[in-house]
Ligand binder design. Structure first.
Ligand SMILES: [Zn+2]
Length: 385
């Protein structure tokens, strides 16, 4: 069976174009459900639409239809811009309300007349020169607009001939609803839609279930009534998707920061290390390897200086307060670091001892004093028995 659909058959009036500069052709479209029936028709259709409108599945079909709709919107705004340019070229001015003094038709008609007169020498060539190009642009953009509209209308006709399928259009604002067409009675002519082509041809249950609270109950009579919490949606506007991406990036940044902290931590688990401090009532929380090593080295240096100084005097006590507590806390640090790196404790102890030596070298220029301090350092870094 071969079905021929023409605008006059559908009872629809062809749009003659705003100014009728080009007579609009019929949406002379031949669509059949039997793809092999007429190869010439098939080839012509593919040439016109860029894909086979008779056999494409609903998703593919609607992706083309969506692009055609977007192209139509672009053609419309380009045509508007060139008509505005012609208004300016002919000396028209905008009124208080923002509309032009003359109608588009008047301006195009007048420009046409002036150019014809100039061509025939009956008007100045300066006028012809000023208007010829803007008028040509208007005519070219008008033709492009009409071609775009024919593509959109042709695809709509093919959709009807094929019997149609379910579609989903999301109103592109916060809490916008999902509709089965762009002509839902609950929407305004100015409503902006995002065509959710992934759902083209899906059964109503699937659309209603993914749309959740957003399903329009006029378009989808089976849709239950609920809210964001009781009927969550899987259909998101571009803005909501961007928010989702931003939240995901923030989550990833937090996770990366946590991973970095864990990598720097003085423990194999990534947790901070808390050790008793011999000089304080409060324990010391060490979040990084670096702070754990400094805490150990500084404590040793402080104690070594204290003892090295006191031992010069026969009657002075060399008992450093908190010495035992700090020694066992150092052992905890050394063992934790060895555990983290899978190394032995001697290696870690050597490293800390060398750091303490280097610090003593920087702090004590007197060799005798430094030798005594270094002796104490070595003593303090011996593991507790
Ligand atoms: Zn609706």
């Amino acid at each position: 069976m071969t079905g021929i659909v023409r605008k006059r058959d559908t009872g629809e009036k062809g749009n003659g174009g705003e100014f009728g500069t080009t007579k609009r052709g019929e949406a002379n479209l031949q669509v059949t459900s039997d793809a092999g029936a007429d190869d010439a028709t098939g080839t012509a259709l593919i040439e016109r639409f860029g894909f086979d409108v008779r056999t494409a599945d609903p998703v593919e079909f609607d992706e083309h239809a969506k692009s055609a709709g977007e192209e139509l919107a672009r053609a419309r705004s380009r045509q508007r811009a060139s008509v505005d340019a012609l208004h300016r070229a002919i000396g028209d001015r905008k009124q208080a309300g923002g509309s032009w003094g003359k109608s588009d038709e008047e301006v195009v008609g007048a420009a046409h007349e002036w150019v014809t007169l100039a061509d025939g020498g009956a008007a100045s060539e300066a006028t012809g020169h000023r208007l010829r190009e803007p008028l040509r642009n208007v005519q070219a953009d008008q033709e492009k607009l009409e071609r775009s509209r024919e593509q959109v209308d042709g695809l709509e006709a093919a959709f009807r001939v094929r019997g149609g399928w379910n579609r989903a259009f999301l109103v592109a604002n916060a809490n916008g609803h999902v509709h089965s067409s762009t002509s839902c009675s609950t929407c305004r002519p100015t409503t902006q839609y995002a065509w959710m082509t992934d759902y083209s041809g899906a059964d109503e249950n699937a659309i209603v279930s993914d749309a959740g609270y957003r399903a329009c109950t006029t378009c989808y009579p089976t849709a239950p009534v609920g809210d964001e919490r009781s009927l969550p949606t899987k259909m998101l506007t571009d803005e909501e998707k961007q928010d989702e991406v931003r939240r995901e990036n923030e989550r990833a940044a937090r996770a990366a920061k946590k991973a970095k902290a864990a990598a720097n931590a003085p423990t194999s688990t990534g947790e901070p290390l808390t050790v008793p401090d011999g000089m304080s009532r409060y324990p010391e929380t060490l979040k990084t390897e670096r702070t754990a090593k400094s805490w150990a080295v500084n404590g040793v240096l402080e104690e070594a200086s204290f003892v090295a100084y006191r031992e010069q005097f026969d009657d002075a006590s060399t008992d450093f307060p908190g010495s035992t507590v700090n020694r066992s806390s150092r052992d905890v640090i050394v063992e934790s670091l060895a555990d983290k790196h899978g190394s032995d404790t001697d290696g870690i102890r050597d490293e800390l001892r060398q750091k303490a030596h280097a610090k003593a070298k920087r702090e004590y220029t007197d060799e005798t004093v430094r030798a005594r301090v270094v002796g104490q350092i070595d003593d303090l870094f011996r593991p507790s028995a």
